[in-house]
Design a protein around this ligand. Structure first.
Ligand code: ATP
Ligand code: LTN
Length: 334
């Protein structure tokens, strides 16, 4: 508990450009959580270097993600938005927790298997212990809740296992976190292959709408989106392409799927796709403007970064001090 509120923690890796899937499935739903929870949202740059990064590009990506959090509506005063690498307690606790995690557990992680297959020339130890660093992120802030997508649930499970193991040896040190499955976020699929989720690392750029795509690019991608046989705009299992577009339309407008279906009754796919593009642009264009404005305002952004780094360090160090003591490290004398 912080200020009488339960703690919620999440973050995204600072790699690549965010997609509409990231926004509608995660970011958009984070915006109101601070009313009920004390929220921490990290720019997970330590995790990013498990894949080789080009330094200048990486630096820019991390700053862009930070600004995008704010442009998407996260209030940087009510939420602690910060860079993971600015709080050294993450790396420190990550090391300690490595010594409380079994290789057998890590061997079962499907994300490691997937990423190792994809980057077979760089299967580094960081990629392998990625979930342990993620456990450190969450446990440092004594988080009660962690909003994560399906692909990260296994990492949340291992976090709970590590925390329970540590607590069973040393007493109640860590809060055991739970997944947060509030108002379910949209699950957006690739525009080119609706059996796959829309993903920032998709090799086919036509499958994903990026948050920074220009308006005409969004129109082009929506027009080219794969649809299904027939010509009715209906949500159903045998119409995965149209259903995905309906999901996007519904998430962007706030209308229910049924309302959307009614709206497009008797209209063809062409008209429907243009309407989807329009609603997407109605969300993206103001966000892009705010993003550009923030990037220009270096003083403001740097001030926010400094304040939030301090806040994050304060809470993280509190937990780290407790852990150090429990493990039996000698005191640091000042
Ligand atoms: P990568 O392609 O690099 O694996 P990604 O685009 O799949 O990245 P993540 O960084 O793994 O995205 O996820 C960040 C957050 O966005 C997570 O909470 C995840 O559940 C959510 N998310 C990602 N893609 C989608 C999607 N298509 N629909 C809904 N939510 C999504
Ligand atoms: N692995 C996550 C990003 C991430 C995270 C976290 C999410 C790193 N540490 C702690 C929630 C809590 C991802 O790839 N989406």
């Amino acid at each position: 508990m912080i200020n009488g509120k339960k703690v919620l923690y999440s973050g995204m890796q600072a790699t690549g450009s965010l997609t509409l899937g990231n926004y509608l499935g995660a970011l958009k739903n984070w915006v109101t959580l601070n009313e009920e929870y004390e929220c921490f949202f990290g720019v997970m740059d330590l995790h990013s270097i498990t894949i080789r990064q080009q330094p200048a590009h990486f630096r820019k990506c991390a700053r862009n993600l930070f600004a995008l959090y704010i442009a998407a509506g996260l209030d940087p005063v009510k939420n602690c938005i910060y860079y993971q690498s600015h709080v050294s307690a993450h790396a420190e606790l990550g090391w300690i927790l490595n010594c409380f995690t079994y290789m057998g557990e890590l061997n079962r992680m499907t994300q490691f298997k997937d990423k190792a297959a994809k980057h077979s020339d760089n299967i580094n130890a960081g990629l392998y212990t990625y979930p342990v660093l993620m456990a450190a992120d969450i446990l440092l802030y004594q988080a009660d809740y962690v909003p994560v997508g399906k692909d990260q649930q296994q990492h949340l499970e291992i976090t709970r296992d590590i925390a329970e193991r540590f607590n069973s040896i040393y007493g109640d040190v860590f809060t055991i976190p739970e997944g947060y499955y509030g108002k379910s976020g949209a699950n957006i699929r690739s525009l080119q292959n609706p059996s796959k989720k829309m993903s920032k690392s998709d090799e086919n750029p036509n499958g994903s709408i990026y948050l920074m795509d220009a308006a005409d690019e969004v129109v082009r991608k929506c027009k080219r989106a794969v649809t299904d046989s027939g010509n009715e705009v209906l949500y159903s299992e045998d119409k995965p392409g149209v259903s995905n577009l309906l999901e996007i339309y519904s998430a962007c407008t706030g209308k229910s799927i049924e309302e959307a279906e009614k709206e497009f009754e008797g209209k063809g796919y062409g008209e429907f796709k243009l309407a989807v593009a329009e609603t997407v642009n109605a969300v993206l264009v103001p966000m892009q403007k705010e993003f550009e404005r923030l990037l220009q305002d270096k003083g403001y952004l740097d001030g926010i970064i400094k304040d939030n780094d301090e806040k994050a360090r304060y809470f993280a160090n509190k937990t780290l001090r407790k852990v150090r003591k429990k493990v039996g490290f000698t005191d640091i004398l000042h």
